[in-house]
Design a protein around this ligand. Structure first.
Ligand SMILES: [Zn+2]
Length: 153
């Protein structure tokens, strides 16, 4: 079983971001390292939710708004990928929020997800961040939950 290690302050950062963008979804990148089978998050980077309806032309699911969709612009992804590499880090995954929905991946999330990435989802109920969970794809492209370990008691 794979676990994802993340600091309390980074969890807080994700929760704040999610509350700030409510009722729209927030999104961002998880930078870190893979040690044995554990994933260590070193830094959380906010990105803009650049979801646009026009994007749906390219995607398998063609409905939605920023209230239930997110998108990270490819140029932002490339820039942060390079920055991470320069610092000996990798992009370990992506986080986003689910306004007024549980922290469970949607069919849309599954459709756009990449193998190996971790997907942290925070549920925001009526403006307040609640449950936070992490998911990763298995060999059959289904999400399995992965344990989140924090570095403080
Ligand atoms: Zn989602």
């Amino acid at each position: 079983m794979v676990a994802i290690r993340i600091g309390i302050e980074q969890i807080e950062q994700i929760r704040h971001h999610a509350e700030n963008t409510y009722p729209e979804e927030c999104c961002g990148l998880l930078l870190g390292r893979i040690a044995d089978r554990d994933k260590l998050i070193v830094e959380v980077r906010q990105t803009e939710n650049s979801w646009e309806v026009e994007l749906t032309e390219l995607l398998p699911i063609k409905t939605g708004s920023k209230r239930n969709r997110f998108s990270i612009a490819p140029e932002v992804l490339l820039k942060l990928q390079k920055e991470a590499r320069d610092r000996n880090l990798s992009i370990i995954g992506i986080y986003h929020s689910h306004p007024d929905h549980p922290a469970i991946p949607s069919e849309f999330d599954r459709a756009i997800a990449w193998q190996q990435y971790s997907y942290i989802i925070v549920s925001v109920q009526q403006g307040r961040a609640q449950d936070i969970r992490s998911w990763t794809l298995d060999e059959t492209h289904q999400f399995q939950s992965e344990e989140i370990l924090t570095n403080e008691p």
